[in-house]
Design a protein around this ligand. Structure first.
Ligand code: NAI
Length: 317
């Protein structure tokens, strides 16, 4: 059975071009009513125009799809959701995709370079998602996408502001996934790679042409479908390839002894062990993370009688 979005109302932010346009077209093609949001800025966030969103709405309508335009900034989150409610009476899916770049080496990053990036990417995603949240909760269905970036996951020269915002969005998604779970409101994060006006300045033209946005959109559609139970995931996607990421934690090492002060020298002396990923664990929740430390406390308490320092295994959950 093909995946239909008939009856679903989907907001894609920054859908006037690049990846967002592709998502909007793909959702509409499968029956969704789409709010094509775009402020129509340049890549650095300057200027504004209704042309970008209008063009995509026209494209969708020309193919017999349902779409309306919205020209507000994601910083006016409520207005975007109001457009969905006014036009289609509900909101089912939010794809937080709008974005700009203000790349600078860290030393040259101005307050404005920092603030604009946090405002559009992180705060904008917060405001749009919060405006949709209660509607999704009440109807017991919602699908939210956060758009992170490899620059956030791995770091990238000249993108301190952008990296911080993009991984901030992952942190936001991690908690939304927990708070939304029991209401069937799921939130996942993608780190896409695609040729667009954002990447054409850093990628050679043939790569920009080959890395098509249409190789990213199918993941977004799947994650936003009611059949998909994935929640709180992080995916890298591009070139037709999709992979999932997760955290890994070394077994670690206890570096203190009961009733003795813990010293930086002990940390130094155990450094290799602390950083050794042999038999690494993959904690997935705060509870799992904390549990291993609580078990260290009790392990040390009981091992004190024997006078032994802990083993690495003591830190495993
Ligand atoms: P793009 O520049 O083609 O599209 C972004 C759209 O967002 C533009 O149409 C722009 O007008 C709109 N926009 C900017 N500020 C806005 C605001 N305040 N309110 C509403 N709309 C606004 O860029 P692209 O490449 O399609 O990027 C889409 C998302 O994917 C961005 O969040 C970007 O950071 C992210 N991304 C893209 C990668 C790539 O390889 N293209 C890599 C990693 C992340």
């Amino acid at each position: 059975m093909s995946l239909s979005f008939e009856g679903r109302v989907v907001l894609v932010t920054g859908a006037g071009g690049g990846l967002g346009r592709e998502y909007a077209l793909a959702f509409a093609e499968r029956g969704a009513s789409v709010i094509v949001n775009d402020l129509g800025t340049d890549t650095k966030g300057g200027g504004k125009s209704s042309a970008a969103a209008d063009k995509v709405v026209e494209e969708i309508r020309a193919k017999g799809g349902k779409a309306v335009a919205n020209y507000d900034s994601v910083e006016d989150g409520e207005k975007l959701i109001q457009t969905a409610l006014d036009a289609f009476g509900r909101i089912d899916v939010v794809v937080n995709n709008a974005g700009i770049l203000r790349d600078r080496s860290f030393a040259r990053t101005s307050d404005l370079d920092w603030d604009l990036i946090q405002r559009i990417h992180l705060r904008g995603s917060f405001l749009v998602t919060r405006a949709a949240w209660n509607h999704m909760k009440n109807q017991k269905f919602g699908r939210i996408i956060m758009t992170a970036s490899a620059a956030g996951i791995y770091g990238n020269f000249g993108q301190a502001n952008y990296s911080a915002a993009k991984l901030g969005m992952l942190g936001l998604a991690n908690t939304l996934a927990i708070e939304g779970r029991k209401y069937n409101v799921h939130c996942n994060t993608i780190a896409p790679v695609a040729g667009s006006r954002l990447t054409e300045t850093v990628m050679p033209p043939d790569l920009v042409a080959s890395l098509k946005p249409e190789y990213v959109a199918p993941l977004v559609l799947w994650l936003c479908h009611e059949q998909c139970q994935e929640n709180g995931g992080l995916f890298e996607v591009g070139a037709g390839w999709i992979g999932k990421l997760r955290w890994e934690r070394s077994q670690g090492q206890i570096v203190r002894k009961k009733n003795k002060s813990m010293t930086p020298e002990a940390v130094r002396d155990q450094w290799d062990k602390i950083c050794d990923f042999t038999d690494a664990t993959k904690p997935a929740t705060v509870q799992e993370s904390l549990q291993s430390m609580v078990s260290v406390l009790s392990r040390m308490e009981s091992e004190d009688q024997v006078g032994a320092n802990s083993t690495a295994a003591a830190a495993s959950p």
